[in-house]
Design a protein. Structure first.
Length: 210
């Protein structure tokens, strides 16, 4: 897997970032329909004693480009995390339902987000936890182009009242295409997105006033 960047993919993503209500397809033609709200995959907000173990073989970079799949969409072993920065203050994070990604993809992402966040000092809170500091809500889509599939993602960081405070966005590319693009997205790709998301979130939290 190789990370791609450039105005061709990011311009439409950035244009949509100005909207308060984000289209989960980012205005792009996706071959995998976003699930309805009633059946959207849920990133489980578990207490520490309910946490599930990370998916076997999880390995990816936290911030920079990582290779979680080899050309042709075959899973590969990415490098281990290299950034271990932690939050500089107490934070409780509630992870809201993800829009636009199937349960099969969300499972690996959910485990990685919670594992990585806890390892770096962030508590995971439930929906009714009055002490929640931030809510993280994700929007995902896929784009097939040039023999590869790109996973596009945007995370809104909200306060406990639902006001958007920050936005994290990025993309990961894998080799191969399919009628359902999500079938070529390996769990390692979603784990890499989880690592990058936690890294960006911590950078923002540590740079923000308490």
């Amino acid at each position: 897997m190789r990370r791609i960047s450039g105005s061709v993919l990011l311009v439409p993503l950035l244009a949509l970032a100005a909207c308060n209500s984000l289209d989960p397809t980012f205005g792009m033609k996706s071959q995998s329909p976003a699930p309805a709200d009633s059946s959207s995959p849920r990133l489980a907000s578990l207490s520490a004693d309910q946490a599930q173990p990370a998916a076997p073989g999880a390995a990816s970079a936290a911030a920079a480009a990582t290779q979680a799949a080899q050309p042709g969409g075959q899973p590969g072993q990415g490098p281990a995390r290299t950034n271990t920065a932690s939050v500089s203050r107490a934070v409780k994070l509630n992870i809201a339902p993800v829009v636009g990604a199937p349960v099969s993809a969300v499972a690996a992402l959910s485990h990685r987000l919670q594992e990585d966040a806890r390892a770096r000092g962030i508590q995971i809170s439930g929906d009714s936890d009055p002490g929640t500091t931030y809510v993280l809500k994700g929007y995902f889509s896929t784009l097939s182009e040039g023999g590869g599939t790109t996973v596009l993602y945007v995370w809104d960081v909200l306060d406990a009242s639902g006001n958007r405070l920050h936005r994290i966005q990025g993309q990961e590319q894998v080799g191969g295409t399919a009628a359902d693009p999500w079938t070529v997205v390996a769990p390692q790709t979603m784990e890499a997105i989880g690592d990058a998301t936690v890294q960006s979130l911590i950078q923002w939290i540590n740079a923000s006033p308490a």
